[in-house]
Ligand binder design. Sequence first.
Ligand SMILES: *Cc1c(COP(=O)(O)O)cnc(C)c1O
Length: 400
Amino acid sequence: MKKNDNLALHGGKPVRDSYLPYGRQWIDEEDIKAVTNVLKSDFITTGPTISQFEKEVAEFVGSKYAVAFSSGTAALHAACFAAGIKDNDEVITTPMTFAASSNCILYTGGSPVFADINPQTYNISPEAIKPLINEKTKAIITVDFTGQPAEYDEIMSLAQKQGLIVIDDAAHALGATYKEKYIGSIADMTMFSFHPVKHITTGEGGMITTDNELYYEKLLEFRSHGITRDPHKLQNFHEPWYYEMQELGFNYRMTDIQASLGLSQLKKLKTFLTKRREYATKYNNAFKNMNEIITPFQKQGSNSSWHLYILRLNVHKLKTNRNEIFKALQKENIGVNVHYIPVYLHPFYQQMGYKKGLCPRAESVYQEIITLPLFPKMSVEDLNDVIAGVQKVISYYSIY
Ligand SMILES: *Cc1c(COP(=O)(O)O)cnc(C)c1O
């Protein structure tokens, strides 16, 4: 039977008239009021709103300390500094992530070592980490990919045995839980990002949560030029105006303007999470009987925060590849995306000597995945457009 070709890619009418992005922020009047209140106050940076935001995030995730930064990337840089990553240190991480999770290792002089993923969850595989550990290994950077927590029982016990520090890049996982514990209270240090596509936003911004006082103090110093005014830490005699720069830090401070937005957004986090989970369930139900696609596998015992909803194509059941399906969905005005190009395939890493084929599972998954739009502000109609778009494009290319 010849299929009816009404794909927008081939000149047909798209399933929706306007373009739907894969993710975006939700700012309301209350958020705007919170920001204008700070603008009218005495402090627009490094005032009381920063510590309030830090306190509330720490309380939410169940950590002792939290330190806000100008971005998630700056926060990761600070975490590598606090962990003491230096020249000749190796840090094991996943290739299935945004480049920042691995770049931070390079910022402090360390060498990223990539461990392949679990092909079901797309998270770093504990079995793949084991053989990579040697006397140079200093830390592991996990990523809770799409919002699904990595396998912390295995990873934390491995790290404990080998004396390694675990840094969790939880840019996708604010509000996710692993065996009843919130992400942010499990690894030695956990990073959250407040970029507009993430769970809550401050425009740009990030945070590290930790229970370790030593890391906490190093993070604070690193955020502000490596300068301390703490009388207990000063090395020399001091006058009231005296301070010391003891480490090479940066200006990685978040402003109170941003923190006020963060605090206001944090009040809505539970509502945002509920929406994301509800939409993910609707996608799962809509796609579960389509043999051409694989819906996201969820491990028992954890509850994803659903930053991303990723479909994997069953290429044996399709007459084309991911790239054409991606283009076809874009033409239907569905803002699909691909998360991620395995980090070491980027030219910068290739020039450093990382070879194609290093993590074959990540490379093959990468060829077959598509991220669908998912954000709390999208409507049920938007969601139904995405479902209709996927059904239209997949049934056209299906072998059935
Ligand atoms: C967003 C993101 C980051 C970087 O956070 P920024 O706040 O944009 O600097 C790092 N890692 C992952 C996995 C991310 O998704």
